[in-house]
Write a protein that binds this ligand. Structure first.
Ligand code: HEC
Length: 492
């Protein structure tokens, strides 16, 4: 994998800066895990329960989305070997928790990162290998309290909008189209800090599934949606179908997908929820899960304070290839490439690979002059679509003129369980049997002054000197001689 070698020189610098880049490129996960296994006995109450509470229990508890609870010793004990196996897979399809950032390259600070450290993975493996002991009951951390089975990753939302119920029959064909819009009920303009969408349905998550994936628990495979102040005088068929592109009161939101996590917006560029707006969608994809299912989506918003005003504009550009994807049958290692040149200084808020069934991995690279950095490589599992939100001090700060490059790694072979028949060639398209290759991440555009301010803040927080190379910020080590200096040509 060529991307690994390219930024070799950045590893040690990342460590020196304390920005958390591991140096273990090339070492396999299990070798590293053995090296950090603790010498003493490992027990459930002392060692395993805290890891489960932090990284698993959000899903693996009574009433959680996962097939079994891991909360208590009695719950978790029968799964000891499976826990060792599923946590030790590395950043690719099948790993638990479902989070696929490769830890040996690129940026490592994300909001809500549930992933396990090598030491924790080694701890769970040792627990399974040494008889999965309970340990001293007094070591057990107090149980975490969940409001109800619908607790939200964004915290209790300020506004929850329930979409209308749909019924998907066990034998229903694949369907996509429009569903009725639903008013937000908001009476004042408010900016949004975070967003989360849940599917609420009558599938018993503990009854077992004939589709043994997270997809088997849900019927909403995607919803592309916007909020829009609808013209009450016109029915939706009379309204200009393209009006939402031109109309300033319309805001597009991240696509909901099965297994997708919550979104945290950069407050400086928060999106607006208008008074009197409605949730509008003309692209809902419903897919039977093999049993009759009644279901609806709930959209939870965390709002910013009333007097809040954003300072940054969203950067709107595409990065991907939606037209001429060409994936051969029965081949595991195939690559797609797409590029864009940034027309404005850009802060990248999140990385969100969007692939379909053959997707196995995506890398994001920034090329500025001779400075080539792999920002991140992440695994991909089409059952678990994840977006990765950078923290404020890790979000890439890229000068205009930077080339962004994504590489998609496609596995269209029998080793990819998501592909129904890998003998088939696959091309582009919306359907799950066709392909997309896009980075749906969020970005904001910065003026030259804003760009300099962001870099000054980063230098200050990370104590950057001119000898440091900050991943994701190729100009951070160019300390301006005067405050007026702006981004210029690559430094020679
Ligand atoms: C975001 C929700 C979520 C989180 C967090 C999560 N899991 Fe899971 N887990 C699931 C779902 C859903 C399944 C079943 C579908 C699948 O395998 O993808 C599953 C499957 C599993 C399985 C396989 C069960 C079987 O039938 O063989 C194991 C073992 C497991 N998880 C362990 C863990 C552990 C350990 C953690 C924390 C370190 C964890 N999971 C975190 C949702 C989650």
């Amino acid at each position: 994998m060529r991307a690994h070698g390219m930024v070799g020189s950045s590893f040690s610098v990342g460590v020196a800066l304390g920005i958390g880049v591991l140096v273990a490129a090339g070492a396999t996960r299990s070798v590293r895990a053995q090296q950090v296994a603790p010498a003493r006995d490992v027990t459930f109450t002392k060692d395993v329960a805290p890891i489960i509470q932090r990284s698993c229990e959000g899903c693996h508890r009574a009433d959680g989305v996962a097939p079994m609870s891991l909360s208590t010793y009695e719950d978790a004990r029968p799964w000891a070997r499976a826990i060792k196996q599923r946590t030790g897979i590395g950043p690719k399809a099948g790993v638990m928790p479902p989070w696929y950032v490769e830890k040996n390259i690129g940026i490592q600070q994300f909001h809500n990162d549930p992933s396990l450290s090598d030491a924790e993975i080694a701890m769970l493996a040792k627990w399974a290998d040494t008889g999965a002991a309970r340990g001293n009951p007094s070591d057990m951390p107090p149980p975490k309290v969940y409001a109800d089975h619908q607790s939200w990753a964004i915290g209790t939302p300020d506004l929850i909008i329930k979409m209308k119920d749909v019924v998907v029959k066990s034998t229903a064909p694949d369907w996509w189209g429009e569903v009725p819009s639903v008013p937000t009920g908001l009476t004042e303009d408010r900016y949004v800090a975070a967003l989360e969408i849940k599917e609420v349905n009558d599938v018993d998550s503990h009854a077992g599934s004939n589709r043994a994936t997270v997809g088997g628990r849900y019927v909403f495979h995607h919803m592309i949606w916007r909020t829009q102040v609808l013209d009450a005088a016109k029915s939706s068929d009379q309204a200009d179908p393209l009006s939402f592109i031109l109309d300033e009161e319309t805001v597009n939101w991240p696509v909901h997908e099965v297994g997708r996590n919550a979104d945290f917006f950069d407050p400086k560029s928060a999106r607006l929820l208008k008074a009197g707006s409605s949730i509008v969608t003309d692209s809902v994809h419903l897919h039977s899960n093999g049993r009759d299912t009644k279901s609806h989506l709930e959209i939870g918003f965390k709002l910013l304070p009333k007097d809040y005003k954003p300072t940054y504009k969203r950067a709107v550009f595409g990065l991907g290839n939606g037209v001429d994807i060409d994936i051969r049958g029965m081949e595991a290692e195939q690559q797609l490439n797409a590029y864009t040149v940034l027309q404005q200084n850009t802060k990248i808020i999140s990385f969100e690979p969007h692939l379909h069934a053959p997707g196995a991995r995506m890398c994001l690279e920034a090329i500025w002059g001779y400075n080539i950095q792999t920002l991140n490589c992440v695994g991909y599992d089409h059952n678990w679509v994840r977006g990765y939100d950078y923290t404020d001090d890790s979000a890439p700060l890229l000068p205009k003129g930077t080339i962004l490059h994504i590489t998609g790694f496609m596995n269209n072979s029998p080793t990819n369980k998501n592909v129904p028949d890998p003998r088939n060639w696959q091309g582009s398209g919306n359907r799950s049997v066709a392909n997309m290759f896009i980075d749906l991440g969020m970005r904001v555009a910065l003026t030259d002054d804003q760009f300099q301010e962001e870099m000054a803040k980063r230098r200050d927080h990370l104590h950057v000197t001119k000898n440091d190379n900050v991943i994701g910020c190729p100009l951070c080590n160019v300390i301006p001689a005067a405050a007026t200096k702006t981004a210029g040509a690559p430094q020679q």
